[in-house]
Ligand binder design. Sequence first.
Ligand code: PLP
Length: 354
Amino acid sequence: MIASIGFPVIKAERSKLQDMNLENLPFGRIFTDYMLEADYDKGEWKNVEIKPYQPLVMDPSAAVLHYGQAIFEGIKAYKDDQDNAYVFRLYDNFKRFNVSAARMEMPQVPEEIFVEGIKQLIALEKAWIPSMEDHSLYIRPFMFATDEMIGVKPSDKYKFLVILSPTGPYYARPMRIYVEEFYVRAVKGGIGFAKAAGNYAACLHPTEEAKKKGYDQILWTDPVEHKYVQEIGTMNVMFIIGNSVVTPDLEAGTILNGVTRQTVLTLLKERGLTVEERPVNIEELIEAYNAGTLKEVFGTGTAATVSPIKELRYKDFVMTFDIDQWEVMPGVKKTLDDIRSSKTEDKYGWMVKV
Ligand SMILES: *Cc1c(COP(=O)(O)O)cnc(C)c1O
């Protein structure tokens, strides 16, 4: 098998790492020395190689530039005290990538390329994983259509790439959230569950409008009644009501099946909370807020991990939360941070050793 031999590596002349301080880097602006690249053509994957990070040459008629057949993933790698490298829940992201691919009529990327390729790339770039607290190496796999032809049809050719970006602590600033009532992100039967590039382009304008009103992000709602909440930006949303954690279910296919969502639900169950995955109506949240039982509201995602929400606005009704009084979210965030930094036993086998 190719995986046991490893993919060919074209060596970089020198490492940029020697000019770099990995402390407190801004998210997503610095990239490591190498990237993984693979081509798909006529039903097969080929030219899998690891090469110096560099610009791509594309034909102006490349299908992705016109019709947006593009998907991506976001994963993080960590290092322990013994300098071992780990990727958090790599197989879950691998599976989700191929779910996105199927919805966008793109080919499946085999495990040998996605999982083994990432492991080989991380092993090569291990020195780029920052060892400071709350730092990590962000992994960005992505795939896009490269057919050189401007007809609307599934492309015959694709490129799969993996790039890496060292990242500092993502300061989870308490968020002010605007519950959206006009624009929609996802509908039943649509592509809300796919990590497809177009989903993010479509959210930019509504989010900028919310920012002009003084909010950080939008809480998306269902397209029919604008009452059932979906998710926030690149985060799933959770509500602690009494001794339950209530979060939108995945049934309608309108939200991303977040790996952090699954992780946090598991950890909350472990802490004795009842997990309720079901439709969540904004009216129910307001009632719970008025009754004093809606205690904590937060978002979950790979980039920010767990982010508290200090204000939630629906029409003229404003819910505010005193984050300093919270116990559940800070506790679960700490457990997750400790698993990722190998301070706590990884009993679920989430840390995939490279
Ligand atoms: C990536 C993403 C999430 C979070 O998923 P994780 O697997 O936890 O990183 C949530 N919502 C959207 C829209 C996303 O793109």
